[in-house]
Design a protein around this ligand. Structure first.
Ligand code: GLN
Length: 454
């Protein structure tokens, strides 16, 4: 398997999915896996994976696709990758992404754009972002599955754009230790896979309590794979009216209807629900995420790791910080740092950051209310459109790009599990995804409902 993947990767350079190749590590791990073959081999024995560049991997470049981390090779392994390797997984290399996971198109990477293997004409399409390299590599069969991270949709949106499955677990289910931080109260890692069963297996191997992450939940890890019975009779699925946006393309509307019908045919009860604060989610997210990012990214100062600018005679330490950060961070990252420091500044803290935190609580309560009324899962489209052309949105107003996250950010703000599953093709033949949102800690149930949609 490992050799087959390495060969595929060699022929797929144009997708720009893998940005750092680790064939020696992969072969060593594969040989060790072969030696362990047998009934008591671990769950992922010999399974070749791609790892998003946001995960720190010991001795292997881990740059969050940013110039500012050039040359950085961590001294330690992230908890997620450590657990995957202990379960027998093989690392093929590091995968492309938006710089520091900020973006929805994989166009902010220092390694250049990742490309979607799907296309309908000469136009190159985005695989989505920020886990664009992960999505592209899984969809193109360069690896059996990949890791992703999701702060506002970065697992689910690229999964939808490339016709694969991606789950963002409940906040706290997966350890964030060793994952380069973007917005710490929103970030969660999760698997990006070819189907729901693979997602269940990989998630089980990734999660669990970790004393190194104070927000990691001390809960037993259920066997998510065993939850896949396909039986959803009697489950209640909510359809939130606020997700029916003005100007929503007809094919997205049709996809949503089809999903509803499939779940009803499988025996679920479909109910209309209301999540009244949905329209404030995107603005609240784009205050909270940059605020936390500006704080997390303060550590990149040219002193401790990564890039340091060349200094001129007479430059002081402030010049060193300024030049290093100006050279090391791309435009989108600089924009977020500026927005974040602005909303956190003494004069504006109450007007923006505190207000956004209050809105976040209201969004969370909307979900708590519908779950208390007996809803088991919520069905929505994963994205407002199919994959768009590379370059098409990058030069427009950044707010246009932010609108891609309209269906996904609520889930992060509320800390809930959400999954995107492929659900058919649009008129041009491009994949579309449906999103299911579940109750906290009920990933097994959520995966099983997604399984019924597959
Ligand atoms: N597109 C969103 C952003 O740019 C989400 C990114 C993510 O989930 N990492 O912030």
């Amino acid at each position: 398997l490992t050799e087959a993947c390495l060969t595929e990767i060699e022929g797929a350079g144009a997708l720009n999915g893998f940005v750092h190749h680790t064939p020696e590590i992969a072969r060593d791990q594969a040989r060790a896996a072969d030696a362990r073959r047998g009934a008591d081999a671990p769950a992922l024995n010999g399974i070749p994976l791609g790892i998003k560049d946001l995960f720190c991997t010991k001795g292997v470049p881990s740059q969050a696709a940013s110039r500012i981390l050039s040359g950085f090779r961590p001294e330690y392994e992230s908890t997620v990758t450590r657990k995957l390797f202990e379960s027998g997984a093989v690392m093929l290399g590091k995968l492309n992404m938006d710089e520091f996971a900020m973006g929805s198109s994989n166009e902010t990477s220092t390694y250049g754009d990742a490309v979607n293997p799907w296309r309908t004409d000469d136009r190159k399409l985005t695989p989505g972002g920020s886990s664009g390299g992960s999505a592209s590599a899984v969809a193109a069969d360069l690896c059996l599955a990949a890791t992703g991270t999701d702060t506002g949709g970065s697992i689910r949106q690229p999964a939808a754009f490339t016709g694969i499955t991606g789950i963002k677990p409940t906040y706290g289910r997966v350890s964030r230790w060793g994952i380069i931080a973007f917005a710490s109260s929103l970030d969660q890692a999760g698997p990006m896979t070819k189907d729901v069963r693979d997602a269940a297996i990989l998630l089980r191997e990734m999660c669990g309590h970790d004393p190194l992450d104070s927000t990691s939940a001390d809960l037993a890890v259920p066997d998510f794979e065993a939850a896949l019975t396909g039986d959803i009779r009697g489950k209640t699925i909510g359809i939130p009216r606020e997700y029916r946006m003005d100007g929503m393309p007809e094919e997205i509307e049709a996809l949503w209807t089809r999903g509803r019908e499939m779940l009803a045919d499988a025996g679920a009860r479909i109910v209309d629900i209301s999540l009244p604060h949905t329209k404030y989610a995107l603005p609240a997210y784009y205050v909270i995420a940059p605020a936390e990012a500006s704080s997390n990214l303060a550590r990149y100062d040219g002193v401790r790791f990564g890039h340091r600018a060349k200094l001129a005679q007479g430059d002081g330490i402030a010049d060193m910080y300024e030049k290093t950060r100006a050279e090391g961070f791309g435009d989108e990252v600089q924009r977020r740092v500026m927005v974040g420091t602005y909303v956190l500044s003494a004069g504006f803290y109450d007007a923006y950051y505190n207000r956004a935190r209050k809105v976040r609580t209201l969004i969370k309560r909307d979900f708590e209310q519908v779950f208390a009324e007996g809803v088991d899962a919520i069905l929505t489209p994963a994205t407002p459109s199919a994959a768009f052309g590379l370059g098409e949105m990058a030069h427009a107003d950044p707010v246009q790009m932010y609108l891609n996250d309209v269906f996904t950010v609520t889930v992060n703000l509320a800390g809930l599990p959400g999954i995107s599953v492929p659900a058919g093709l649009d008129g041009k033949g491009l994949p579309l995804g449906l999103q299911l949102i579940g109750r906290p800690w009920e990933e097994g149930d959520l995966l099983n409902t997604a399984y019924a949609l597959e």
